[in-house]
Design a binder for this molecule. Structure first.
Ligand code: NAD
Ligand code: GLY
Length: 368
């Protein structure tokens, strides 16, 4: 195993011959040790976007020159609205036009949109080439870069076309979060907050105490939040890589959240914002079903609001909500299945009566 600097933390993902490490630390884009031991090949392609490429593309390319003879780059248009076939195809265009072979390594330098698309491209190109996740948003560092879910959106549903395909490594350089817009930082906090109620009551306590440090980008607080989030996700993915059951708990708040994203049009609300509000609705439904009490609901709603996330849903007719949620990947035979809290630190997946779903939404919808 490679030796990393003392401050670099490692979280293993145990998946047999597809196991890999998540590296978390400061300055990793400039640290040769973070890139050693990865697959070597003639060609590498950095997939990034027009925002992140100019900020960090050169720094990553400099590190990769010892592993690859040629380091190519493609800058995709920025935004969830571009997480589609047309943009995905640009990655294949660059690979084929440059004559890249089946050993070529792809590097996803960006947030979850770039990571999900690069992973899907790596799964498909010549039936599979290695790829490395270099997540540059908080959300991508704590969630989307880990666990091998890759996808693009379809106009009829989010992340509907994709594959399970694991990266060779995830490199989380905390320093890049310094340039992240404040709204994106909050979006990342949504996916961090979710790990408390579904899996770790002590982590929820810690988040309540440390939220201001996280919002101030304190490096110790960020390192702990990213590490603990990755540990929890690694534990779940290690038991249920392809979401036969348990892994669905990672989608707490996402059934409502995906309906918000698709209902308003992708990109209107950030994914993390929709998840933040979705967690309020899922917690409200859990409370109506008698699975959590009011004080826990209030705690969660307060924390989500303090993180700068919306706690009130956008106004949409209930039939629209239900139709959008029936497209969710967890739905079975047209029945919507929600991730519900079952006390603090435990989640279950269940159907719920439409009337209670409607009440939960109505009680937390913006007036006017
Ligand atoms: P994103 O990828 O759109 O990034 C957010 C914005 O921040 C973009 O404008 C991006 O260009 C910019 N940016 C990224 N890094 C930056 C930096 N360091 N400095 C300045 N700007 C930077 O959004 P996201 O929140 O990272 O990811 C959301 C996506 O992730 C959604 O498509 C969602 O479906 C997906 N997701 C996937 C999984 C999974 O398991 N695969 C899990 C959660 C979310
Ligand atoms: N973000 C949910 C999952 O990876 O399963």
């Amino acid at each position: 195993m490679q030796t990393h600097s003392a401050q670099t933390q490692q979280v293993p993902i145990e998946l047999g011959d597809r196991s890999y490490q998540i590296l978390i630390g400061q300055g990793l884009l400039a640290d040769d040790a973070a890139w050693a031991g990865l697959p070597r090949s003639a060609d590498a392609l950095i997939v990034t976007n027009t925002t992140v490429g100019p900020l960090y593309g050169d720094r990553l390319a400099a590190r990769l020159r010892s592993n690859h003879r040629r380091v190519l780059r493609v800058e995709l248009p920025d935004g969830e609205v571009h997480k589609d076939w047309q943009t995905l195809n640009r990655i294949f265009d660059v690979l084929l036009e440059a004559g890249c072979d089946r050993k070529t390594v792809l590097y996803a330098l960006g947030g979850g949109v770039v990571g999900d698309m690069t992973g899907f491209a790596a799964a498909c190109y010549m039936r599979g080439v290695p790829f490395v996740q270099v997540p540059t948003t908080l959300l991508a560092q704590v969630d989307s870069s880990v666990g091998g879910k890759t996808a693009i959106n379809h106009p009829l549903g989010k992340n509907m076309v994709g594959a399970f395909y694991q990266p060779a490594r995830v490199v989380c350089d905390l320093d890049v979060l310094a340039t992240l817009p404040r709204r994106e930082l909050s979006a990342g906090l949504a996916e961090i907050i979710k790990y408390g109620p579904i899996a770790d009551a002590a982590f929820l306590d810690w988040l309540e105490t440390s939220l201001d440090d996280l919002l101030a980008l304190d490096s110790n607080a960020l390192a702990h939040a990213v590490k603990r989030s990755c540990e929890i996700k690694a534990g779940v993915v290690g038991q249920d890589e392809r979401e036969a059951g348990l892994r669905a708990i990672l989608n707490f708040g996402h059934t409502f959240g995906h309906a918000i994203e698709a209902g308003l049009g992708y990109g209107e609300w950030l994914h993390g914002e929709a998840v933040g509000c979705g967690m309020v609705l899922a917690a409200a439904l859990s409370m109506r079903l008698g699975r959590i009490d009011r004080p826990l609901f209030d705690r969660l709603r307060t924390l989500i609001g303090r993180a700068g996330l919306p706690v009130e849903a956008p106004r949409m007719p209930i039939e629209r909500w239900l139709a959008l949620m029936r497209v969710d990947k967890k739905a079975e035979g047209g029945e919507i299945r929600f991730v519900l809290l079952d006390g603090l630190g435990r989640a279950v997946m269940r159907a719920a009566p439409d009337a209670l779903v409607a009440e939960s939404i109505e009680a937390h919808t913006a007036r006017g």
